[in-house]
Design a protein around this ligand. Structure first.
Ligand code: SF4
Length: 124
């Protein structure tokens, strides 16, 4: 899939973060306070600022931490819907080009990531 860099997925992000994601971004000298918000259930999510993820460069239309970005962002636009399960997120204009094999393969990684994030949230 070729990302069109439209920024739709980085707008008002609800992206969940694993402890490993947080550690990796802290390793790049970003403070947790700058990019992480915790919800009441203990889930860590990316912070937004002015309507976009704090790491999104609106002018250049790119991610400032592309190499270190969270695993959820790497697997996107494959997401897990509460009702439908593994789907391609409709807000991504390039998602329609993904083939079934890729969706299945990335879908397994999304499930594994969510299981890990769930267990981390329970510990907080
Ligand atoms: S980390 Fe990068 S790819 Fe992920 S939502 Fe933020 S700007 Fe977008």
């Amino acid at each position: 899939m070729h990302c069109l860099r439209c920024g739709a997925c980085c707008k008002e992000t609800e992206m969940l973060l694993s402890a490993e994601d947080i550690e990796r971004l802290e390793g790049k000298s970003y403070s947790k306070k700058f990019f992480v918000r915790f919800d009441r259930a203990g889930y860590a999510k990316l912070r937004n600022r002015l309507g976009y993820c704090v790491f999104y460069d609106v002018k250049k239309q790119r991610c400032k931490v592309y190499r270190e970005r969270p695993l959820g962002c790497r697997l996107y636009p494959i997401i897990c819907d509460d009702i439908k399960g593994i789907i391609v997120d409709k807000i991504c204009p390039a998602g329609a080009n993904l083939n079934e094999n890729k969706i299945k393969r990335k879908g397994k990684k999304v499930i594994k990531l969510l299981e890990k994030i769930d267990s981390e949230a329970k510990l907080r």
